[in-house]
Design a protein around this ligand. Structure first.
Ligand code: CTP
Length: 512
């Protein structure tokens, strides 16, 4: 009897499934991500069980055992179309599926499924590292079943398909993105994961098969790549295989360096990927230090609660990815200044909704957050070209609102010049803005500032119907607060409004 469990199968759910499978006369195995993650030293809470027989029937039998013998309630969620069933046991999610040989229609991800043996099932899985299984049979409980060398590939850092990659990717083109996601996620400073050349070649050849995938599934994978500690690796692979051209053509357009009169500009694609990596590093560092916050609106009030961020925020990564997306459209060559990208932030912000729409991503406040960061990403650092005045910092705070911390993080990550003197100067100035922000924030409540003067109030004081003068008056008061000429309070705002209104031809109506 061989057993190499090393504690991987200590969770009581495994012996339970083992016993019930034996009673039911079927063979069951733990398979996929759980096995892979055991060997990587990061066991997951999601367990996939493959059964030579019906996965749904075994799940029902296990649940019945839990109810009858352990006297616990146990609900089984059955997904008939996929032939799978899921239950929870002491907080662990366990999914059951029957072993199958699969083949796919050319135009759909939906498989034609036939019952199969464990090995036939393993052969149809995506990668050798995801096709390993642990036996749950009493006679060899915990033995590793690894017919395609998953353990060898895991040790060597290799992503390889069990079948010819063209067959595996044709079965499910999403696997091309999964290969890139796993290579990116599993790579650490001490171990690089590479996709074997024939697999990369198959991706280049089959990139058009992406068209059968829903945008939602594509974005789910993109988000997982973005949330890795070094997303640039994934985006380089997406680019090299031609998949990026299909998914995000605007990003590919950032590639390349043009030279006129011996003057070139930086490659904006490489720069963007560097910024995404910087954001990821800094965000993780700040999460560890407990210094990063989100602001959630308090229901039924104008206020916000500060919530410490404990997970990377995918929308900040999107903002980093798209921060320079407006550069190609704004690029100009000026014989005096050289290359300029004036207004690329505004152009980029305008492109964000179109990009989100093309990927069927939400067009809600998440999109607005990305848009805001893209538009403002240059502001903190450009402030420092002039003197960092209170007024400029107040305006920055007002425009950024709750997004100020993320904006500062993105802006800092954006300093990537090869010239160490320039980097040192920008970083020093950036720190100045940061200090000033803290000062202004402590002094005036500018973040989420509401104009003390409302339109209704103006209409009442001057007895006027809605008209453009109301906007002019409010803007005048708001600017006075942001410039620091008056405090952010009703009394001073009211006094200023009453002093300025006559110049607009407004007369106060007698109060009753
Ligand atoms: N699988 C596959 N082809 C896919 C998706 C999944 O062959 N397109 C198989 C793999 O064996 C995979 C298992 O189903 O290991 C479970 O899939 P999933 O839960 O998506 O991935 P995990 O490998 O568990 O990894 P993670 O949960 O970390 O994404």
């Amino acid at each position: 009897m061989s057993t190499i469990t090393q504690g991987y199968l200590d969770d009581p759910v495994f012996s339970l499934v083992s016993r019930v499978a034996e009673q039911e006369g079927v063979r069951a195995f733990v398979i996929g991500g759980y096995v892979r993650d055991c060997f990587l030293g990061t066991p997951s809470k999601d367990i996939d069980i493959v059964v030579e027989g019906s996965g749904i029937a075994l799940a029902e039998a296990v649940a019945e055992h839990i109810r009858q013998v352990e006297k616990h309630s146990c609900h089984v969620s059955v997904f008939k179309n996929f032939g799978t069933a899921m239950l929870r046991y002491h907080g662990t999610e366990v999914e059951f599926v029957g072993a199958r040989k699969e083949s796919y229609h050319r135009d759909s991800r939906k498989p034609i499924v036939e019952d199969g043996t464990l090995e036939e099932d393993q052969l149809r899985r995506d990668f050798t590292i995801n096709a390993m299984a642990f036996s749950l049979q009493r006679e060899d409980f915990g033995a590793l079943v690894d017919p395609f060398g998953g353990i060898r590939d895991l040790a060597a850092g290799i992503i390889r398909t069990p079948l010819d990659p063209e067959v595996t990717y044709s079965d499910d083109p999403l696997r091309m993105l999964r290969a890139i996601r796993f290579a990116t996620r599993l790579t650490t400073p001490s171990r690089t994961f590479t996709i074997v050349p024939e697999s990369l070649e198959a991706m280049r050849k089959m990139k058009d098969r992406m068209s059968i995938l829903s945008k939602e599934r594509i974005v789910e994978e993109l988000n997982k790549i973005l949330l890795t500690p070094h997303p640039s690796m994934g985006f380089r692979l997406l680019d090299e295989t031609g998949l990026l051209e299909y998914i995000l053509p605007d990003l590919v357009r950032l590639k390349g360096v043009e030279t006129v009169e011996g003057r070139g500009h930086k490659d904006n694609f490489s720069h963007t990927l560097q910024v995404v990596d910087h954001v990821a590093e800094d965000e993780l560092r700040q999460i560890d230090a407990g210094t990063l916050h989100n602001y959630a609106p308090v229901e039924g009030s104008d206020g916000f609660v500060e919530v410490q961020r404990t997970e990377p925020y995918v929308w900040l990564r999107w903002a980093a990815l798209l921060h320079d997306i407006g550069k190609p459209a704004s690029k100009r060559y000026d014989p005096v200044q050289g290359w300029t990208f004036h207004g690329h932030n505004v152009l980029g912000a305008r492109m964000v909704p179109k990009i989100f729409q093309s990927l069927k991503m939400p067009l809600n406040e998440k999109m607005k957050y990305v848009q805001k960061l893209v538009e403002l990403h240059h502001r903190p650092v450009s402030l420092v070209d002039d003197e960092v005045t209170d007024s400029a910092v107040r305006r920055l705070l007002f425009d950024a609102g709750n997004e100020i911390d993320d904006l500062m993080l993105l802006c800092n990550a954006d300093i990537t010049s090869k010239n160490p003197v320039k980097v040192a100067r920008l970083k020093r100035n950036f720190e100045l803005v940061r200090e000033k922000l803290a000062e202004v924030e402590a002094k005036d409540a500018i973040r989420n500032m509401k104009n003390p003067i409302t339109g209704d109030y103006v209409m009442k004081v001057y007895g006027i119907p809605p008209c453009d003068k109301i906007g002019v008056l409010k803007e005048y008061v708001k600017n006075a607060i942001l410039d620091g000429r008056i405090g952010n309070n009703f009394e001073e705002a009211d006094r200023l409004m009453r002093a300025y209104a006559p110049t607009l031809g407004l007369q106060e109506v007698a109060s009753e």
